[in-house]
Design a protein around this ligand. Sequence first.
Ligand code: 0O2
Length: 223
Amino acid sequence: MLPDLSKLKQVEHPELLLAQAEPFLELMMKYHCAVMEVETKIKILNEEFSHKNQRNPIESIKTRIKSPASILEKMNRRDIPFDIEHMEKELNDIAGVRVICSFPEDIYDVARLITEQDDIVILQIKDYIENPKSNGYRSLHLIVAIPIFLSSQKKNMKVELQFRTIAMDFWASLEHKVKYKKDVENPEYIAEELRKCAESIAQLDLRMQEIERSTNPTTTCDL
Ligand code: 0O2
């Protein structure tokens, strides 16, 4: 258990205290290992695909471990008790892997190939491509459990996987920046513009996929 966690809310920089606590650091190390496992699996699929075909379905992979400040903020916001057990049980996105794919179909192909692997368990699927958020956000989110093998234990860790196209990622980056900007003039106009851009991007993704498929019909992701 973390020492005096109930007092963390009252100190000025609770994330600094949390970051120093050994059980917390050990848990973060385990999430880091889980992220490495998932990243390697995705890189292997990409490697095999490019060996067999003329292109890569994956443009890039970004990984991150949630910062102590963001972890505390989320636990505070959701009224989750401040201890390691609840942190691990209640938060699904401490370990995150974002996979940027070339085309929409690649997203579903790569997600299927990853989740079919026999050491991966799907815990949750949120398909914001099929069902975009009202602001226009599109991505496929999966929460998976993956085992990590340490010197004296095997432990299943939760990892959040986000799959998007390059265009969806471009949109999400701008929307994220705009969301945290203060004193934006015309916020409703900006929100509407972003919604329209998300629609255009979805159509553009499909048209680009059509072009690619018609010029390169053998490169679907059937490994
Ligand atoms: P960061 O820094 O990106 O990690 P849950 O995580 O399941 O308990 P939540 O938070 O509702 O509950 O999950 P959801 O809807 O799956 O979204 C989690 C993450 O998706 C966010 O993480 C963002 O990365 C991304 N996301 C979701 N909605 C939006 C959106 O409208 N715009 C953008 N740009 N990104 C979005 P965090 O926690 O916000 O931060």
